[in-house]
Design a protein around this ligand. Structure first.
Ligand code: FAD
Length: 506
């Protein structure tokens, strides 16, 4: 028995497990594979993911192993995010295998239980929980939990078992990936639009294993049955067709296939079963979004599910996970579909690329796309009012009675924070019923404005309620220089506290 079972120990499942443990939830992760493959698909973390790790106090582990690069691109058209108002205006190049290992180390430190090999093969839910059937070394077993989260990748068994719809667009191309040795290596790395040809495009660059190259081929308008095996011959043939050579490839360590099929679940939740990461959305890996989306799913869901499991909030809070992430992912998938069109060859795609190049030259064009690709502009609808509402909180320096601190440091424990520059008793009184769940931080006013990527500068409010995922859930209508709060502000604060963190007890 566990409070929550997570199917799948990839980046999404591990991040979610950490978030739940921080909130004191008993978590069991079931992973189909007996051991990690050590293989990577993703090669980096975007700026918002770096911020998420900073919000939890573990970013240094990732920065120590990866390299920060001022890299964000839209179909390989460079975006300049260096001037964005964040402490991390860059992407971190780090292999997925290392991201997973670092998250697993963290999960184990926090007391997450991890079982492998344990493949989820069946599930049955009732009014009080979910029974999960697993196939492992000891044969078939049944386990029970209050909730099950499917983080089991693009071919998610959990998604299929719940019958959750997975609408979207079908594949229009076939991509193959190989980590191989080359007898006649290319003189130059091809990692960008220079690999575009009439029939597809290719890339070659160093793989994560010394001496091996990663070769990627993309064949336009070729649809392959995804269960057909990738072989050295199929990769070599595609490479020769597109690049004119296979550089004498041999001794593959890894071969894989992917496509531009682009799908998003019609609901992230079916009763006590939820989905996150690739289990909920798949797309072409242009601009490297998938793993990053999965981390954001995990950080959006973790604190909500924890509050429901602990009986603090009604289970309707989980519907906001669907609402927020479905909306955000819909926009992201559209952006990725547009990028896929720009990868095509021919005059039409070339013309479109030129138009985008011109638009990106404008500060606003660069800022808009940079905000989307870095995921720093992720925001959720939280009603009308102050422009900061629903946005990710800026990592301000704060002067509190206990000393100088950053906002992200306040979020290390994944607890909500009421940041109060007014020092007024109304806010303290309003918060009393939630004192066990929400931290009050009284700070000295120091900023007249807050800066956000894309949005720009907005007037700083006299107080703000920050959710554990770092998004702003309420702000005072007055500024720090004018801390007189109208009564409607405290009413709105109480409504926000109730909505996000459940009613007060008694
Ligand atoms: C070529 C390529 C390059 C990419 N590059 C990037 C990039 O640069 N940046 C980026 O953000 N994304 C990138 N992606 C996407 C990224 O790899 C995925 O989005 C990411 O791995 C999703 O993580 P996940 O944890 O949701 O799923 P997965 O990584 O697929 O993990 C799912 C886990 O569940 C396990 N599992 C499956 N079924 C079961 C079951 N029934 N029971 C128990 N366990 C199960 C699996 O063994 C696996 O460990 C790339 C993808 C490709 C193909």
């Amino acid at each position: 028995m566990a409070d929550v079972i997570i199917a799948g120990g990839g980046p999404t499942g591990l991040m979610l497990a950490c978030e739940l443990r921080l909130a004191g939830v008993d978590v069991l992760v079931l992973e189909r594979l007996a051991r990690r493959t050590g293989e990577s698909r993703a090669g980096g973390l975007h700026a918002r993911s770096v911020e998420l790790l900073d919000q939890r106090g573990i970013v240094d582990r990732f920065l120590a192993e990866g390299s920060a690069q001022p890299l964000a691109h839209f179909a390989f058209m460079h975006l300049d995010i260096e001037g964005f108002p964040t402490r991390h205006p860059y992407a971190v190049a780090i292999h997925q295998s290392r991201i997973e290992q670092l998250l697993e180390d963290r999960a184990i430190e926090l007391g997450v239980r991890l079982r492998r090999p344990a493949e989820v093969t069946g599930l049955r839910q009732d009014a009080t929980g979910v029974e999960v059937e697993i196939a492992g070394e000891a044969g078939t077993e049944r386990l029970r939990a209050d909730y099950l989260v499917g983080c089991d990748g693009g071919r998610s068994t959990v998604r299929k078992l719940t019958g959750i719809g997975f609408p979207g667009t079908d594949a229009t191309l076939t991509a193959q990936l190989g980590d191989v040795e080359l007898t006649d290596p290319p003189a130059e790395v091809v990692f960008g639009p220079e690999g575009r040809r009439d029939n597809g495009f290719y890339m070659n660059f160093n793989s994560e294993w010394p001496g091996l190259y990663r070769i990627i081929t993309v064949e336009f308008d070729k649809i392959t049955n995804r269960d057909e095996p990738v072989t050295l011959e199929t990769l070599s043939e595609a490479c020769t067709d597109i690049a004119g050579t296979d550089w004498g490839m041999h001794s593959p360590r890894r071969l894989d296939r992917f496509s531009d099929a682009c799908r998003l679940v019609d609901r992230f939740r079916a009763g006590r079963v939820l989905l996150a990461g690739d289990a909920a959305h798949v797309h072409f890996p242009s601009s490297g979004q998938g793993l990053n989306l999965g981390l954001q799913d995990a950080v959006n869901l973790g604190w909500k599910l924890a509050a429901v499991v602990r009986g603090q909030a009604p289970d309707t809070l989980l519907d906001s996970y669907h609402d927020e992430r479905h909306l955000h992912t819909t926009h992201m998938l559209n952006n990725i579909r547009a990028q896929t069109s720009l990868w095509r060859a021919g005059q039409h795609a070339d013309a479109l690329r030129e138009v985008f190049h011109d638009l990106i030259e404008f500060e606003d064009g660069n800022r808009y796309l940079g905000g989307v690709i870095s995921q720093l502009d992720t925001h959720y609808p939280m009603g009308d009012g102050h422009p900061a509402l629903g946005r990710r909180m800026t990592d301000l320096d704060i002067k509190s009675p206990t000393g100088q601190i950053r906002v992200f440091e306040l979020l290390h424990g994944a607890r909500p924070v009421l940041l109060d520059y007014t020092g007024r008793s109304e806010l303290r009184t309003a918060l009393e019923g939630w004192a066990d769940r929400v931290d009050l931080v009284e700070a000295e006013p120091r900023d007249d404005h807050w800066s956000f990527p894309v949005l720009g500068e907005v007037p700083a409010p006299a107080a703000a309620l920050i959710r554990p995922d770092g998004h702003v859930a309420w702000v005072a209508s007055t500024g720090p220089a004018d801390p007189e709060l109208p009564e409607t502000d405290t009413e709105a604060l109480v409504a926000a506290l109730t909505r996000w963190f459940g009613p007060t007890r008694g």
